[in-house]
Design a binder for this molecule. Structure first.
Ligand code: ADP
Ligand code: 5GP
Length: 209
């Protein structure tokens, strides 16, 4: 079984990452979305084990000590991290695993998995970002302000990503993400096993003739 690829999806808070992931997973069955652990409080409608594993600081720090997280970062006063077990299992099962994480996490993952695919999601404009954050209605004006400040910092790191994806029309954006992933799977650096194998076979074949 060919291993799946690891996809890191980052983007400003309110860009539409969660909404896009829901649509992508509904439409295609090759993806597995990693569920992160966080110390932030659940938003109305969020469920433990679905959007996040919600936990406290002590448990989170214990998980770090056990080497149970691939990476973790602090974001607007809370810890967020990627549990190791699920990612490794799903990749081995041939799934394309998506980590919906911020930029510090992406940089750590890149060191461990240089062949991972980093995608950055943005809305068409800053004004639209503010509209979406406000329209979501899940954060106070103060938290929205913090997240917009964080977005301004994150915008400085966009060039570290392989693709910039503009989430204007939702469905078009879902298709674009899927096409990019399919194309990325055909990049030689992500097919080292196949290439080495066919080289060996060709060597054997050419010597036999
Ligand atoms: P993120 O996970 O990046 O923080 P969400 O998925 O929660 O963002 O989306 C933020 C808000 O923007 C939500 O209210 C969502 O319904 C809305 N939204 C997402 N994508 C679009 C889009 N393409 N066009 C208009 N609104 C969108
Ligand atoms: P939110 O509170 O809006 O759900 O997430 C805040 C930020 O944390 C987003 O940028 C999201 O991508 C990021 N995030 C979520 N889970 C993880 C994680 O496991 N690791 C890291 N590094 N960032 C995460």
């Amino acid at each position: 079984m060919q291993k799946g690829i690891l996809i890191v999806l980052s983007g400003f808070s309110g860009a539409g990452k969660g909404t896009l992931m829901k649509e992508l997973l509904k439409t295609y069955d090759n993806y597995a979305l990693s569920i992160s652990m966080t110390t932030r409080n659940p938003r109305p409608g969020e469920e433990d084990g679905r959007e996040y594993f919600f936990t406290n600081k002590e448990n989170f720090e214990e998980k770090i000590a056990q080497n149970g997280l691939i990476e973790y970062a602090e974001y607007c006063g809370n810890y967020y991290g990627t549990p190791r077990d699920y990612v490794e299992k799903q990749l081995s099962a041939g799934k394309d695993v998506i980590l919906e994480i911020e930029i510090q996490g992406m940089r750590k993952v890149k060191q461990m998995f240089p062949e991972m695919l980093p995608l950055f999601i943005t809305p068409p404009s800053a004004a639209e970002l503010k509209r979406r954050l406000t329209g979501r209605g899940t954060e106070t004006a103060e938290v929205i302000e913090k997240r917009i400040q964080r977005a301004a910092q994150e915008a400085e790191g966009v060039e570290d990503y392989e693709y910039l994806i503009i989430n204007d029309d939702l469905q078009t954006c879902v298709e674009e993400i899927h096409s990019i992933v399919q194309a990325a799977k055909r990049v030689p650096a992500r097919n080292v096993g196949f290439i080495n194998n066919i080289r060996e076979e060709l060597n054997v074949l050419s010597k036999g003739e």
